[in-house]
Write a protein that binds this ligand. Structure first.
Ligand SMILES: Nc1ncnc2c1ncn2[C@@H]1O[C@H](COP(=O)(O)OP(=O)(O)O)[C@@H](O)[C@H]1O
Ligand SMILES: [Mg+2]
Length: 257
């Protein structure tokens, strides 16, 4: 049995006049892939951000629970539901140490994941910083992470704009896995890429997740990818066309294969 690393249950998020997310539940399991599918605007990114304690909607979270069973049985949403922005800001601070460590987030485009003004090596050093004891080990760790994503050591000296699109994607993945997270949340990693690169990026991400035993939450529009790689499929909102058979209709965890 693989360990459940993240358990989000019955999430509901509102603005004053709209319900943005209603009844979304999912789990992230060690060494497995949880795919999150749904139409554009259905609340996938919001749910993913809420799962990391990042909530910036007013009045925001109305219902739900968030537990990281790998850490404790604390419900991080307790005392936050219906308490508005100040409680959400408190949660943001309290979960800060989890982000970039226990759980990392890989945003939709490599350009938003990478800092344009810093070399890849420096960004990796900062991402690794928390887990290494001796400064001398960081150079070794940087090369190791670059190798994990198939980049040569010299990529450490490059600025993001000096990399090709494919290399930038690899570098963004390197930054996400550098802290050796238990959970990686990848928000539509294939969007904006050509078909060949799409496949390469997804395979690389899966390969890294498998090798490192990471629980991967993959938000995706690409049903072929979902069908191929997902252990679990979660739909947010009405299921999009092509959702794999057996996937639940609304935010409930189900075994896809
Ligand atoms: N901070 C926010 N405040 C108010 N509405 C938001 C906020 N962030 C996202 N939304 C709205 O919530 C809905 C879901 O957004 P999102 O989670 O980004 O969708 P997607 O499924 O495409 O990732 C959208 O209608 C979006 O406009
Ligand atoms: Mg989104």
């Amino acid at each position: 049995m693989s360990a459940v690393l993240l358990k989000l249950t019955d999430l509901c998020i509102r603005t004053p006049d709209r319900t943005l997310v209603d009844g979304v539940s999912f789990e992230v399991v060690q060494g497995r892939v949880t795919a999150v599918v749904g139409h554009s605007g259905s609340g996938k990114s919001l749910s993913a951000r809420a799962a990391m304690g990042v909530l910036d909607v007013d009045p925001g979270i109305q219902r739900g629970s968030l537990v990281f069973p790998g850490i404790s049985d604390r419900d991080w949403f307790s005392g936050v539901c219906k308490q508005g922005m100040s409680a959400q800001r408190r949660l943001l601070k309290e979960t800060a140490a989890l982000r970039g460590g226990y759980v990392t987030y890989s945003p939709q485009s490599a350009s938003s994941a990478l800092n344009p003004g810093r070399t890849i090596g420096r960004q990796l050093e900062l991402a690794i910083g928390r887990r290494t004891e001796k400064p001398g080990d960081i150079g070794v760790a940087v090369r190791e992470v670059l190798a994990d994503v198939g980049l040569p050591p010299r990529a450490a000296y490059a600025l993001p704009r000096e990399l090709s699109g494919g290399m930038a994607q690899r570098a963004a993945l390197a930054v996400a896995i550098a802290p050796r997270p238990k959970i990686l949340i990848a928000d539509e990693p294939e969007t904006g890429l050509d078909p060949v690169l799409r496949r390469v990026v997804t395979e690389l991400m899966l390969d890294c997740a498998r090798r490192l035993g990471v629980g991967l939450m993959l938000i995706s529009h690409n049903m072929d990818t979902v069908e191929r790689v997902a252990d679990f499929v979660v739909t947010v909102g009405p299921p999009p066309k092509g959702t794999p058979v057996g996937a639940p209709s609304r935010g409930v965890l189900a075994e896809a294969k």
